[in-house]
Design a protein around this ligand. Structure first.
Ligand code: DHB
Ligand code: FE
Length: 280
């Protein structure tokens, strides 16, 4: 049977991708940020999974106002890095796991969650920046990746409770896949940031750190926080944090082993948060 051994959480700022791609990671602005991921890159090498289920949001790249799936699972064999206006990032093609992705779709839909099945999709910074932060600049990504896209861009967005419960359904799905795969689930996006309007540039360290405490120790309580609280406290794009609850919901009910915790401000307009939790 497949099993989820760990979950990992990280922000996904596009400028972080550009800093990596343009060789700027040791510059004074970026150095403290990348230092916070040194442990993580080593941990990733030491704990390489077979597959990552990578929960992220598409930023009007693969989807637009023409079509807005709340939850979409990538079932294709591969996914190209998207052109977000400056050409595609120079990163490897993402290789999927169609058999596991299809099994998750079957199981999760039968557990009453509506997933959109995606057989062709380019993946934007929401997915590729977390991979770059954790894996550096390899010729090939070190494992297979199933993209799982969540709408947090166009209202209405899913609630934290729904995301957490979806994570539980994903756990059931993965644990009923009949191959001995080691699976990681990643929750990405956040932390506090607002890119638009009079509050552009908003950062809320207190909210972010309370969120990190709670996603570790009280995810059930965090799941009850309404979406409007994220927007009010963490900015319009801070709502990306609800995606972390999907990854957290997929973990076992035992308290997780906190392997790494990191928080840094700023990266572009965003507060960067990062956690690695192992299942006990
Ligand atoms: C920034 C952050 C994001 O999450 C994003 O999707 C785009 C830009 C930023 O901080 O610049
Ligand atoms: Fe984003």
């Amino acid at each position: 049977m497949a099993k989820i051994s760990a979950s990992l959480y990280t922000s996904h700022v596009p400028a972080i991708g550009a800093a990596i791609d343009l060789g700027k990671t040791t510059e004074p602005y970026w150095q403290p940020l990348f230092k916070g991921y040194e442990y993580s890159k080593q941990w990733m090498q030491d704990n390489k999974p077979d597959v990552i289920l990578l929960v992220y949001n598409d930023h009007a790249t693969a989807f637009s106002l023409e079509m807005i799936p709340t939850f979409a699972i990538g079932c294709a064999a591969e996914f190209k890095p998207a052109d977000e206006g400056w050409g595609p990032r120079p990163v490897p093609m993402v290789k999927g796991h169609p058999a596991l992705a299809s099994h998750i779709a079957q199981s999760v839909i039968q557990q009453d969650f509506d997933l959109t099945i995606v057989n062709k999709m380019d993946v934007d910074h929401g997915l590729t920046v977390p991979l770059s932060l954790m894996c550096g600049q390899p010729q090939e990504w070190p494992c297979l990746v199933i993209p799982f896209a969540v709408n947090v861009v166009q209202y209405p967005v899913p609630s934290g409770r729904r995301c957490y419960n979806l994570g539980r359904a994903i756990r059931n799905a993965i644990e009923s896949f009949d191959e001995p795969l080691n699976v990681h689930i990643w929750g990405t996006g956040g932390m506090s940031h607002q890119l638009q309007g009079p509050r552009a540039g908003l950062i809320n360290r207190e909210f972010d750190n309370a969120f990190l405490d709670r996603i570790i120790a009280d995810p059930q309580g965090q799941a009850d926080v309404p979406h409007i609280d994220y927007v009010r406290e963490a900015g319009s794009e801070g709502i990306e944090l609800v995606m972390w609850l999907i990854a957290r919901g997929a973990m076992s009910d035992n308290a997780p082993n906190v392997k790494h915790r990191f928080y840094h401000v700023p990266a572009s307009n965003t507060a960067v948060g990062h956690l690695i939790l192992e299942n006990n």
